[in-house]
Design a protein around this ligand. Sequence first.
Ligand code: PMP
Length: 419
Amino acid sequence: PQDNFIEGIRREFPLLNQLVDDKPLIYFDNAATTQKPNTVIATVEDYYRSANANVHRASHALSAIATSRFEQARQTIADYLNAPSPKQIIWTRGTTEAINLVANSFGQSFQPGDQIIVSEQEHHANIVPWQLLAERSGAVIKVIPVQENGELDQAVFKQLLNERTKLVAITHVSNALGTINPVKQMISQAHDFGAKVLIDGAQALPHFQVDVQELDADFYVFSGHKIYAPTGIGVLYGKESLLESMPPWQAGGEMIEKVSFSGTTFNRLPFKFEAGTPNIAGALGLAEAVRWLIKQPFDLISQHEKALFDSALDACSSLKGFRRIGCPEKHVSLLSFTIEQFHQQDIGLLLDKQGIAIRTGHHCAMPLMHALGLNGTSRASFAFYNTLDEVGQFATALEQLISPISIPVKAAIHQDKTG
Ligand code: PMP
């Protein structure tokens, strides 16, 4: 029944059914972005075909339809995250913009000597906005180290927390290793010191549902494109009192209540943070992706994702020089690895020749790679539309790659150069 189920799911993703260099595409780059099901594509198309108008402004019928669908989409996301109110769902372009919004708005009150705690696991999107804020405000960044096994050092985290800690910004799931962090416990520990916590959920929502109230997160951010929705749309969830107290960030239409040259007053939540015409089609696409996800049998999906990971690790572990990077437990279906003697770029290129798409390099997490003493990894990130057969082909391709007769591409190039 599992096979039938996955075959059925695959038929809903038109892009999966294509050839790369005459070989069927094997798409293992889901942590970078996921493919889109027909229903999401149809929702975006239908919006442009039948309901396109600007939202909230005009008093005409089409605008009313667009506005109603747009606000319904916000409600869908609020329900999915168990946010108390749709007012607490701010549309952004993605995770990156959501973090920048918090850094530029919530961060405005930061004083010299205030502390921001991030971790060594972070994506650059959850590091650089805080560095810019630290430069502007005189705040200081403290870093939770990652242990060799890919987990955050919780003892150091506890030592770093103190009354000057204004914000803890950590990822729920590492995009480079797949580690799931114990964020609920970390949020509670941060709250004991009065610190607020932002959770980067970009790699969590693709694998499990999140209840922002249960976590007690102050801010929770994610990108639509990693959960089967279009690019250019994402979400900032925030506690209402915090969002109310924060100044606007970007300014323009929609975020104002009244504008005059003697002064401007700002719109209420969530519009205060949504200057300019939003990505309406993207928001509808994201809501549709969520409606579609809710209908899928969650148990079957997580079992299948686990089976993909286990079988990939099992098949690869016996390969000469193969080393998995990441913690043994508490991880999503993402396999980060190195193969001795092979540069990741070569692994990526050679797999690409077999139609297999993976990601190689530092995964926008240079401090993490540095901490682990690596210059990068190869990353196969699975989604539930992937099959065990694809995993088998991936393992076979790696085996061929490292068999004695094959010469690594880089080595071949060097040999050419040296004569
Ligand atoms: N954080 C994490 C953990 C991510 O994996 C990513 C995307 N790779 C981002 C932030 C940035 O997301 P986006 O580019 O969609 O803004």
